[in-house]
Write a protein that binds this ligand. Sequence first.
Ligand code: ATP
Length: 220
Amino acid sequence: MTERRRRVGVLGGTFDPVHNGHLVLAEAAWREFNLDLVWFIPAAQPPHKLDEPVTSFAHRAAMLELALADQPAFAVNLMEQQRPGPSYSVDTLRQLRQQLGRDRELYFIIGSDAFVEITTWKDYPELFHYAHFLVAERPDSAPGHLNDQISSLPENFRHDPAHNRWSHPRGAFLYPLPVNAFLVSSTTIRRKLRAGEDISGLVPPPVAGYIRRHRLYRSR
Ligand code: ATP
């Protein structure tokens, strides 16, 4: 990473497979918050999917590389592959914070469906020590829910309506991220592929080609 890249977005996920909703989300964060770079960080062992079959890390990472190949501001970061055990976001952000130093701003990008479960994440209050949060309303989530949820967190987030953000006592900001609705999930794509349905328009064409060539998602 060059010195110029000071505002770094982090989009963690299972990416099983990566789809256009992920790209729209990252683009919105990059544009709205002037990010220099967005890292897509695939979970080696997604903690909330330990009982479910997940496609191999190598396939998920290869699909990400294809999806991001023509996006100079987006890159795949394979750091979670190095850590044994479940891939907890708090460990990733702590490690990134150590690597990058204080002068780089980290923005953790997250969909509202994932954010509503944040209190179940490992050491979740610590997440707000390392990064600002950009929370995107997913098209299929109830509007207004996010405000209620932030108000109910025990962290004492202070609402700052003038800047349309909340501030954490330790200095992190939490911003709602407007995203042009893209109603797709990896679950939908896996279901369509299992049913032999077309997924063009939902994933970048090279990802569709990879899935076809490797005969992925035929049976789950
Ligand atoms: P699955 O259906 O397998 O649970 P997913 O489509 O939710 O997968 P993940 O890899 O789990 O994909 O998501 C990574 C991040 O991207 C999460 O923060 C999630 O909320 C967000 N995200 C996924 N799809 C969308 C979408 N269509 N719009 C906005 N955010 C999304």
